[in-house]
Write a protein that binds this ligand. Structure first.
Ligand code: DOR
Ligand code: ZN
Length: 435
């Protein structure tokens, strides 16, 4: 078993400390530490965070291994500081049986770079007609606890109610892609002044908000857990705020791209900016940031959505929605939330917020007991080291993902992930993936 000594890391931006990682846990914390035969990692100036946890990743295997595989997506995740990701069910075949979720789980273990927790589909084939084998997936070796038809909305209220009732028995959660399909037929981008000017069919905010409003009421009625995927509008934040005040068991996520980019990007007609839900307005971005700060929105989730060139580098109307996220999530979130606090007395509070929204809370929601722990003696040695002052330029071909659809190409972003450790074993060192 490998032993690692990390020298001088600033846990959550605090004072420098040494960490000894042994047998998969943090064995010692202190100053002047060493260990025989250990790999020594110089972490002077680096910030240590608990390994990040992504609740919303598209890995594309099985079915579209030309866009991403469990292995390549795991590499991207480790490079982004992640130690666990939840793999969405919209693969081909769909992850709607015990067999498929077990296959994804096993591929994740074989890759061995992050813990891959499969999400199961709510309905057979994501068709929105009949419930999938939720119990069989929960009882499988993959121990599925999150179910989602992401990419599609579970729009039938009776089916949504049944799904919530079903998962309540084992404290599972339904993660909803909130989009009333009748309000988004032919939609290409956010419905607003920009869509009117460009002549593109709009995706109105109310298509998202009406489903969230309905679902928090259903979750309240059933007493089950609802998770809202990729919240994108100010109105959605407000509905979730009210629902939480009523005691509804609802959690919510926002993506890095919805925290930073707006619908104005569509003026370029570059499909790299086409995403579902669409990029919204400045006012929405401000409300999402505020919701993330005050806890109305529990977590940042990437919605990492790799697409092959032929599905993305085409006319806007034909391009698939989605963008890469894993390798840029922390820098973009830093840029959106807290970069200006680096080097000030406010820095530790900012890192604590990031650790909560990107590690502890997603681990809790997903029930990933070995992740999202504070970096204390005895805790699982899942952590990442970040250079908070390094700025780097994102290059389309410089990322580990098999696909290249990043909206940040050419952008200089703050915060570089230097190293990541999974159960004490380095998965990334000096910014390079180890497998
Ligand atoms: O933009 C998106 N891409 N939104 C989704 O809901 C699905 C995802 C995908 O699978 O590409
Ligand atoms: Zn979605």
């Amino acid at each position: 078993m490998s032993v690692v000594v990390i020298k001088g890391a600033r846990i959550l931006g605090g004072d420098p400390v040494d960490l000894v990682l042994r047998d998969g846990v943090i064995a010692e914390l202190g100053t002047g530490l060493s260990a025989d035969g250990a790999t020594v990692v110089d972490a002077a100036g680096l910030v240590a965070l608990p390994g990040l946890v992504d609740l919303h990743t598209h890995l594309r295997e099985p079915g579209r291994e030309d866009a991403e595989t469990v292995h390549t997506g795991s590499r991207a995740a480790a490079l982004g500081g992640y130690t666990a990701v939840c793999a969405m069910a919209n693969t081909s075949p769909v992850a709607d049986t015990a067999g498929v979720v077990e296959q994804v789980y096993r591929l994740g273990q074989e890759a061995g770079l992050v813990d891959v927790q499969p999400i199961g589909a709510v309905t057979i084939g994501l068709a929105g007609e009949r419930l999938a084998e939720l119990g069989a997936m929960a009882d499988s070796a993959a121990r599925v606890r999150i179910f989602s038809d992401d990419g599609h909305c579970v729009s039938d209220p009776r089916l949504m109610r049944r799904a919530l009732e079903y998962v309540k028995a084992f404290d599972g959660v339904i993660a909803q892609h909130a989009e009333e399909p009748r309000l988004t037929e032919g939609a290409q981008m956010h419905e607003g002044d920009v869509s009117a000017r460009l002549g593109l069919t709009g995706w109105p905010a109310v298509a998202e908000e009406s489903i969230i409003a309905r679902d928090v009421l259903l979750a309240e009625h059933v007493g089950a857990r609802l998770h809202v995927c990729h919240v994108s509008t100010a109105g959605s934040v407000e509905i979730i705020r009210v629902a939480k005040a009523r005691g509804v068991r609802v959690t919510a996520e926002v993506t890095p791209h919805h925290l930073l980019l707006t619908h104005v990007k569509a003026e370029s007609y570059d499909p790299v900016y086409k995403v579902n839900p669409p990029l919204r307005t400045d006012a929405d971005v401000a409300a999402l940031r505020e919701g993330l700060r005050d806890g109305t929105i529990d977590i940042v989730a990437t919605d990492h959505a790799p697409h092959a060139a032929e599905d993305k580098e085409c006319e806007w109307a034909y391009a698939r929605p989605g963008m890469l996220g894993l390798e840029t999530a922390l820098p973009i979130t830093l840029e959106a939330l807290g970069e200006q606090s680096i080097g000030t007395p406010a820095e530790p509070a900012m890192w604590d917020l990031i650790a909560e929204r990107m590690s502890r809370a997603p681990a809790r929601i997903a029930g990933l007991d070995n992740h999202g722990h504070d970096l204390k003696v005895g805790a699982p040695a899942n952590l990442t080291l970040i250079d908070p002052t390094a700025r780097w330029t994102v290059e389309e071909t410089g990322l580990a993902s098999l696909s290249h659809n990043t909206p940040y190409a050419g952008m200089t972003v703050p915060g570089r992930i230097v190293a990541t450790f999974l159960r004490g074993v380095p998965t990334v060192l000096d910014g390079k993936v180890q497998k």
